[in-house]
Design a protein around this ligand. Structure first.
Ligand SMILES: [Zn+2]
Ligand SMILES: [Zn+2]
Length: 127
């Protein structure tokens, strides 16, 4: 029964299965490429690794390394901090600009906090 099953796949559906596997690989490659681009990682290298390393190991390696990339070093003391931290837990260095009203992380270039509509004063004063 098993022989019949395997033989049947090899005869008639083999090409379809190969195409499906290639499509899954391609989707994984595109995912790694776009995701690593967002994180300023070497996206072309990751695309090639995911496509060329068999059994999806490339993607697994990418996911493991990507997690580590969410950490960076504090610019003041070198302590390992998460990208989402507001201040360094070791030396209290400000890592991200914080909205004075809702305390959410905001970007330097923003004039108004999009979460609570607070005017971010520093940028207004600069003008
Ligand atoms: Zn620090
Ligand atoms: Zn706010």
């Amino acid at each position: 029964m098993l022989n019949f099953y395997l033989g049947n796949i090899a005869d008639s559906n083999h090409i379809i299965i190969v195409i499906i596997f290639l499509l899954i690989k391609l989707i994984m490659g595109i995912y790694a490429y776009t995701d690593s681009r967002k994180r300023n990682m070497q996206s072309i290298m990751w695309l090639l690794l995911v496509l060329l390393i068999p059994n999806y190991i490339g993607l697994i390696i990418y996911l493991i390394i990507r997690q580590n990339d969410d950490y960076l070093n504090c610019p003041n003391c070198g302590f390992k901090v998460k990208r989402s931290y507001k201040v360094c837990p070791n030396c209290n260095q400000e890592l991200n600009k914080i909205c004075p009203s809702c305390k959410k992380i905001v970007k330097d270039s923003w004039n108004v906090c999009p979460y609570c509509t607070e005017i971010l004063k520093n940028n207004i004063e600069d003008k």
